[in-house]
Design a protein around this ligand. Structure first.
Ligand SMILES: Cc1cc2nc3c(=O)[nH]c(=O)nc-3n(C[C@H](O)[C@H](O)[C@H](O)COP(=O)(O)OP(=O)(O)OC[C@H]3O[C@@H](n4cnc5c(N)ncnc54)[C@H](O)[C@@H]3O)c2cc1C
Length: 500
């Protein structure tokens, strides 16, 4: 057998993940005529976030007309904030309609990606075998790997433990004594759904969220009819949601004092539902709204006033074989612990298995302060594009909008490479540094760093490496064109038989 026979399959582009990022990239590449691609997915179906988060009440909190691809409007959304099964179906349908599914290798968890400088390509090791690719696009997601806090004694717990992103549907909660740890976006959605079923629900809260009403509407009636017959009406609805959301930046970034008005509204919302002053005191945040994600709910506060619910402030100190212990030493006997504690955000797992030419993983090069050029490419790691990379998250709008902006950037880069016979592009360190100096300047006065909270947006040094500090259209402008002067470019010499 020759080396040719045993060589792993090679592609022009390898994409990791089948969430909005992976599917969106594959569709756009195919539309641009690039069919030589593979999509590597560790799970056995398409969907990312919307395949994995099946907890009761899971839904988007950005209206569906905006929380969807610009190139694939869906007039059939049932509600303004559509439930998880519909978003999952939508993604599967987009993948099928655009002929992406045949490119996907399911059950292929990527465990390592090594840059091979001699060949100018990535060697990608997966649980299903090795592939090589000239370009690697990570669509591994910013919220794909659940984080469970390392609580003392957790391993000794005799009951059932799970994270909301890996809901145990085989574990009937009827009549159970349940501890819910965390009060973020997922807990606010599932707590009202499980409260009527459980015997007792102890909600361990470290920091209360700001909550405003959720204006959810049925779209199956005349509105849906209109969108099916007059697609432009849906475009207008999408645009008006988009610009309404952009206005939030005036409070988040331009002048955080505006958020005091939002706090007054949110307090009014709480007072309508929570009459007990002691409970209100526990549920009132001490930071400005927006510093942590503002949550939308009409049924969270009412659920917390039910007699079988207790809110425990201060978080969790430790776990025993059959209880959860609060910092004041009081103990709650439970048989189930559900973590709504979020994801690995400031330490993206992808960085631990992407290696540069010297075999150093990106996580080591990055350290705490993860950063990229235009949120997407990283010095030292050629031909790599990280979607939902550092400082690309939206605090106010649809992440799909920012993902599409990144995809447009990837496309520009690949087109440039093809046109100019470039087989290696790598950001210049000075370009990356200048870009991130700009990000830090913009971030300085925002509610995310001045609002007085400790959020999952921040790394352990208190730096916000997660969010884009501005209007989302500004990010789209900055990623609209690939700027060759920001890159070291290498012409195709290996292919022509000339040593690089
Ligand atoms: C419960 C929940 C609700 C949300 N609601 C909203 C919302 O309303 N609005 C909003 O803007 N954002 C929301 N988000 C954020 C959401 O994650 C993004 O909007 C978007 O879905 C991210 O898409 P993605 O493709 O980047 O990542 P993901 O959807 O996370 O997809 C990543 C994919 O990569 C795969 N993968 C990861 N690692 C590997 C590996 N090593 N090998 C192979 N495959 C791998 C995963 O299996 C997964 O399929 C929500 C997130 C959660 C968790």
């Amino acid at each position: 057998m020759t080396e040719q026979d045993t060589a792993p399959p090679h592609f022009r582009v390898a994409i990791i993940g089948t969430g909005f990022a992976g599917i969106g990239t594959a569709v756009r590449l195919k539309q641009a005529g690039l069919d030589d691609l593979v999509v590597l997915e560790r799970a056995d179906d398409i969907g990312g976030t919307w395949r994995d988060n099946t907890y009761p009440g899971a839904a988007c909190d950005v209206p569906s007309h905006l929380y969807s691809f610009s190139f694939a409007p869906n007039p059939a959304w049932s509600r303004s904030f559509s439930p998880q099964p519909e978003i999952w179906d939508y993604l599967r349908r987009v993948a099928k309609d655009h002929d992406v599914v045949r490119h996907v290798r399911f059950g292929h968890a990527v465990t390592a990606a090594h840059w091979e400088p001699g060949a100018n390509r990535w060697r990608i090791e997966t649980s299903g075998g090795t592939v090589t690719a000239q370009f690697l696009v990570s669509g591994c997601g910013g919220l794909a790997d659940p984080a469970i806090p390392n609580l003392p004694g957790l391993g000794t717990f005799r009951g059932t433990v799970f994270h909301s992103a890996r809901w145990r549907h085989d574990h009937d909660l009827t009549g159970r004594r349940v501890a819910v740890v965390g009060t973020g976006a997922s807990a606010v959605q599932f707590v009202p759904r499980i409260q009527p079923r459980v015997e007792r629900l102890h909600l361990f809260q470290r920091t209360p969220p700001w909550i405003i009403p959720r204006h959810d509407r049925d779209l199956t009636g005349p509105e849906g009819w209109l969108y099916r017959r007059l697609p432009i009406a849906q475009q207008i609805a999408r645009k008006s949601i988009y610009w309404g959301r952009e206005s939030y930046i005036l409070g988040f970034v331009t002048n955080p004092r505006i958020m005091k008005g939002v706090a007054a509204l949110a307090r009014f919302n709480m007072h309508r539902h929570v009459k007990d002053p002691e409970l209100r005191a526990k549920l009132t945040p001490s930071y400005l709204p927006g510093c942590k994600r503002i949550l939308l709910s009409n049924d969270y506060y009412p659920a917390l006033t039910r007699p079988n619910v207790e809110v425990v402030s201060g978080g969790v100190a430790r776990v025993t074989p059959d209880s959860v212990v609060a910092p004041d030493g009081t103990e709650r006997a439970v048989d189930t612990i559900i973590f709504g504690t979020g994801f690995h955000v400031t330490d993206p797992p992808v960085a631990s298995w992407v290696y540069d030419a010297e075999g150093v993983p990106l996580a080591e090069r990055w350290g705490e302060d993860i950063e990229a050029l235009r949120g997407t490419t990283v010095a030292g790691y050629p031909n790599l594009f990280i979607l939902s990379g550092p400082n690309t998250g939206p605090g106010h709008t649809s992440q799909v909008f920012l993902i599409e902006a990144q995809i447009a950037y990837v496309l520009q880069a690949l087109k440039y490479a093809a046109r100019n016979r470039v087989d290696r592009l790598e950001p210049r360190r000075e370009a990356q540094a200048a870009y991130n100096a700009m990000v830090r300047r913009k971030m300085a006065g925002t509610v995310w760093v001045t609002g007085g909270c400790d959020s999952w947006y921040l790394n352990s040094k208190g730096r916000n490496t997660t969010l884009w500090p501005g209007f989302s259209w500004e990010f789209a402008l900055r990623t609209r064109r690939f700027a060759p002067h920001e890159y070291h470019l290498r012409k195709e010499r290996v292919r022509a038989g000339v040593a690089a």
